[in-house]
Design a protein around this ligand. Sequence first.
Ligand SMILES: [Zn+2]
Ligand SMILES: [Zn+2]
Length: 98
Amino acid sequence: MTTQLIGTWQVRCPMGDVDKVQGITLQHTCRKEDCGMKVKEQDSFWVVCPQNGCGQTDQVTGLVKSHRCSSCNKEMREDDYKILNIVSHVTKLIPGSQ
Ligand SMILES: [Zn+2]
Ligand SMILES: [Zn+2]
């Protein structure tokens, strides 16, 4: 299945800009002026932890309705979520301080 984000997430573009997306996100174009990069690369998104002082960035693939931060272990999706059964795969982790 094509990777998609369900709900409200912070996504990071390949240049390091962070945007918020809502609803069902199949692809997103960075909103920063002079950037305009596609956020989804090789069928995966980079999502940024919204928790205060965390900022961890995790790579997610699949049908992403929920994701636990690999650093602080809190939910990375920003809005209320009720469907927790389908959890994404974390295929790779990188530090948020990249
Ligand atoms: Zn950008
Ligand atoms: Zn976190």
